[in-house]
Design a protein around this ligand. Sequence first.
Ligand code: PLP
Length: 391
Amino acid sequence: MKGFEHIQAELNEMKKQGTFRTLIPLESDQGSRVTINGNNVIQLSSNNYLGLTSHPRLKNAAIRAVEAYGAGTGSVRTIAGTFNMHKQLEEKLANFKHTEAALVFQSGFTTNQGVLSALLNEQDVVISDELNHASIIDGIRLTKAARKVYKHVDMKSLEDALKQSGTYRKRLIVTDGVFSMDGNIAPLPEIVELAEKYDALVMVDDAHASGVLGANGRGTVNHFGLDGRVHIQVGTLSKAIGVLGGYVASSQTLIDYLIHKGRPFLFSTSHPPAVTAACIEAIDVLIEEPQLIETLWENTAFFKKGLQQLGFKTGSSETPITPVMVGDEALAHHFSDKILEYGVFAQGIAFPTVAKGLARVRTIVTAEHTKGELTEALQVFEKAGKELGII
Ligand SMILES: *Cc1c(COP(=O)(O)O)cnc(C)c1O
């Protein structure tokens, strides 16, 4: 079809640079091993930290919900699409996060868009870490608030931005709790101190921290003992929780406001029963099976140490997200293809997801991986890394 020549030219350029990617379909369920192209390979690319995507309790909860309530809800939440189970999930999330209330959105992405665009207007300023997730950046683009970007986890840069923001009605500091490409943890205690000193609000996106850090996986706020001092906690139900969705946990005032002003909440249909019921079950699993999180961290330590002993650079990672730094974009993709050939699936990540020259193969171990699988994966990284001259 004619009319797309200008974007086809861009795609052709990507093909020349070796950065054009095709989607890789899985032929199995998500797990520590997956089937790709008929081959059974070790999965190190998912956000399925605790293996909940196919946990029997979640699957059963989903099946029971379909039997009782059907496949869909037929409406947005504010018209006829709020079921009892939506309220139950929100109460459970608020309890879990130790906040007054919580509100579920269709995804973590839309949660950030909905919260930021509703909360701020031209009288306000938002102060954002330069490596925040794309959904925060897009949420900020949707507000009329003034914007300031501080250097990644640089508290001097944050304080400078706060000092220059005294004239606004509200100052909102927003940060990822765990940075999704590097796996480092935001210095939340220092951020909260500065926020209190300069009378700013703090919003943390714990997409990669919920189910991973803090007691039973309550996230970075709980991990640092900051319960009650962070105004807004965003989370996703799509990563460690294993299903789909996003939520904000905060004061009753903010939740009431978002029910009236959160645009994705208002204008997009509510979660189907299977999704909602599986999310409820997942929170119960976090509380009742804390050994999953212990195993996740044991596996993380084992795999990270193994990579470092082989001579790979893993950047500033402190969490199960471990980037294997490569540098060159095409080489990162080549490395990823090579390890897949040898039986390990870990995606190459390049510009624009990370800065130019910082391309990497990003790995995430889960609680489901056995030590045997991780040892095998390390052997594959060693073989491919040596062949490509990365180590
Ligand atoms: C993955 C991610 C999101 C998006 O969550 P979804 O539920 O997948 O839409 C938002 N913020 C951060 C920091 C993330 O890593």
